[in-house]
Design a protein around this ligand. Structure first.
Ligand SMILES: [Fe+2]
Length: 362
């Protein structure tokens, strides 16, 4: 069982997705919320209306014994704040997804609020790509994945020069892209082994099912619906459900596709294995050549590269070093300067790898 910490929060600091640790009473002694209840936008408003000023909230799971072994650098305050907000968003999407499975209705207002109030601030955080990769993943994959794709779709939209309204739409598209999975039987969705051809077909129907769930919702623009429908289509026509090509794929769907695959790769130990977001982005571009929008990929790589320059990394030989140069070509490894002042061209020293990103200067 997970062990939770408890902490008292001011009513103005609580956010949807938080779990109530102790019974909440109104001034006149009425039960406002019971222990274990999950906060959402409407019950928070209700608590404020009733004059509740503070409440006990379940904190993050206490670090288990495995955590100190993680070769993760010291978390700075900004990163911790990011993780906290991220964790809340994952809780909120979990509740929404679980409700959707039974009610077959998208809580669109909640999703919009989640996009604007929780995800948008994450998108605006400096170093968001790195924070996202380092964020602890404690919940089911689907919930983390939806939040990560929402964040990355927003980040990509910003980098591509979309305006703030469009970035909001992209975030919503990321949040909703896999909601069709709420209509896929749990035994298929959570099957640990390989799926049979038939099960794969059911799984793949999630983009169409998702489209059917959102297409008639007034607040969901056609662009967002297309992103849901087409996020598995590929530029070379090898995707699904309709196997459309290049310009038949909506730009939002192409963005969500990059965010989707990038997150699948960063969640996969085979790829991440303590590599930097930059390496994962590079691998994505190499592996998905012809399948993803090259313009989005290039902007993605360049921006992650900019961020990666100047960062402090831990080398496989245990030393710390600063990334001072990145080659122009995809796949090239950086030049680093160690704490002792030694310059190492990792392109030439293939025996040394980068274990992880420790921090970023400045
Ligand atoms: Fe999907």
């Amino acid at each position: 069982m997970s062990r939770y910490t408890k902490k008292r929060y001011n009513i103005h600091d609580v956010v949807p997705g938080m779990e109530v640790a102790d019974l909440v009473l109104t001034e006149d002694g009425k039960v406002a919320l019971s222990e274990g209840a999950t906060l959402n936008f409407s019950n928070i408003e209700r608590l404020k209306y009733w004059g509740v000023t503070s409440l006990m909230i379940k904190g993050p799971i206490e670090p288990g014994p495995e955590l100190p072994n993680e070769p993760m650098g010291p978390l700075n305050q900004q990163q911790q704040k990011f993780f906290q907000k991220y964790d809340m968003a994952v809780h909120a999407i979990r509740n929404a997804f679980q409700n959707m499975r039974y009610f077959k209705e998208v809580p669109i207002q909640e999703m919009q609020e989640l996009a604007e109030q929780a995800i948008e601030p994450l998108v605006e955080t400096v170093g968001v790509v790195n924070h996202l990769q380092m964020a602890p993943r404690e919940d089911d994959y689907t919930f983390h994945h939806s939040i990560n794709v929402a964040v990355m779709s927003g980040v990509l939209g910003k980098w591509l020069g979309y305006n703030s309204e469009e970035v909001k739409e992209l975030i919503l598209a990321g949040l909703l892209h896999d909601i069709g999975k709420t209509q896929v039987p749990l035994e298929i969705l959570n099957k640990p082994g390989k799926l049979t051809a038939e099960e794969m077909q059911v799984m793949r129907s999630h983009s169409t099912l998702g489209y059917q769930l959102v297409r008639s919702i007034q607040q969901v623009t056609p662009a967002v619906s297309y992103a849901v429908l087409q996020h598995h289509e590929r530029m070379d026509g090898s995707g699904y459900p309709l196997q459309v090509k290049a310009d038949k794929i909506h730009p939002y769907a192409r963005i969500v596709a990059v965010a989707d695959i990038y997150d699948a790769m960063t969640s996969d130990r085979v790829y991440t294995n303590k590599t930097s977001p930059f390496s994962v982005a590079e691998m994505l571009v190499q592996e998905m050549f012809n399948k993803l929008d090259p313009n989005i990929c290039t902007i993605f790589l360049n921006n992650v590269r900019d961020f990666f320059l100047g960062s402090i990394v831990k080398l496989s030989d245990g030393r710390k070093a600063e990334v001072i140069y990145l080659g122009q070509f995809t796949g090239s490894r950086p030049v680093v300067r160690t704490d002792e002042g030694e310059f190492i061209d990792l392109e030439k020293r293939k025996d040394i790898g980068i274990l992880n990103l420790e921090s970023r200067q400045g």
